[in-house]
Design a protein around this ligand. Structure first.
Ligand SMILES: [Zn+2]
Length: 177
């Protein structure tokens, strides 16, 4: 599989998707701007991923670090840091495969789904390391929440994405650092 990173225009679409997703999530979970800044995550696309953070089998990977890379450990530091690794080439392939699927609604679906995972890990609603059965249950819940959050959003092409991906079994992998 050829892994071409997003071009500038696609990076712009991803940035827009991230902005929309963060807004929808903070509204939904009633997280204030200052609280939101304390959530320890980062969203990176293919050009900024390390070898082990790349996959051809999912739209994203969530990597948990026990501390933020490059950050010095301090006694009072809060715990986990999550890196959402967007798989540009897998997302592009889905867009190219189906004329109904457009990049903005699909990247928004992926980003919002991954951010819901992160919020639920950060709030300790769900453990990062869990059994396959628990993971399966959690995946169903996160898909349902993604649907609920995006239902009323005014994003062109969203209904086709919701119809195609609400049961998707290959959203992400979880990596423990
Ligand atoms: Zn998921």
């Amino acid at each position: 599989m050829i892994r071409l990173p997003f071009k500038d225009e696609e990076i712009g679409v991803l940035a827009h998707a991230i902005e929309v997703s963060e807004e929808l999530i903070s509204d939904f979970y009633k997280i204030s701007t200052s609280e939101w800044k304390r959530y320890r995550y980062d969203i990176q696309s293919l050009k900024d991923l390390q070898e082990e953070e790349i996959t051809d089998g999912a739209f994203a990977q969530i990597r948990r670090y026990l501390r933020k890379p490059g950050e010095r450990m301090r006694g009072s530091e809060p715990g986990d840091f999550f890196k959402i690794c967007v798989q540009d080439h897998v997302i592009r392939k889905a867009v190219e495969r189906d004329a109904q699927i457009e990049l903005l609604p699909l990247t928004t679906y992926v980003v919002i789904h991954e951010l819901i995972h992160v919020v639920r890990f950060a709030k300790f609603i769900q453990r990062f390391v869990s059994t396959p059965a628990e993971q399966e249950q959690e995946e169903k819940r996160v898909h349902a929440l993604t649907y609920q959050l995006l239902q009323g959003a005014a994003i062109g092409g969203l209904p086709a994405v919701l119809a195609a991906f609400t049961d998707c079994r290959t959203m992400e992998n979880f990596l423990v650092d």
